[in-house]
Design a protein around this ligand. Structure first.
Ligand code: 5GP
Ligand code: ZN
Length: 113
């Protein structure tokens, strides 16, 4: 866990462009945005990926979604955004501290593949 990039960002050991923070959640701009709005919303609790969500840590995930609603309001994107969570290398996960991509401002395709 000490080697985790997002734990270091949450701790302020690595700089980031903060968008939102509370006791449970940290959100910051993605370094390589794929849309005009691309924010990473991260539980402060280290959970590697969605596979590891249990009844003991699911409260952190709920807090992420409470934060997303607040961030959407703050950024003026309510009702017009996508939330993406990649779980595992095959799904494109590259940082193994669970996070949610909050993406808006572009045109979205569906299905994604
Ligand atoms: P994943 O591919 O795991 O779903 O998403 C990881 C995201 O983290 C990528 O969109 C990538 O651009 C972003 N990222 C990787 N390293 C950093 C960093 O040091 N700072 C910030 N702000 N974003 C990062
Ligand atoms: Zn971590």
């Amino acid at each position: 866990m000490n080697d985790c990039l997002f734990c270091k960002i949450i701790a302020g050991e690595i700089p980031s462009e903060k968008v939102y923070e509370d006791e449970y959640v940290y959100a910051f701009k993605d370094i390589n945005p794929v849309a005009p709005v691309h924010v990473l919303v991260v539980p402060k609790e280290h959970i590697a990926c969605a596979d590891e969500v249990t009844d003991k840590n699911s409260g952190s995930v709920a807090k992420v979604f409470e934060a997303i609603a607040k961030i959407a309001e703050k950024l003026g994107i309510k009702g017009s955004y996508r939330v993406v969570n990649n779980c595992g290398e095959n799904a494109g996960q590259t940082v193994f501290h669970m996070h949610f991509h909050l993406i808006a401002g572009g045109s979205f395709g569906w299905p994604p593949c």
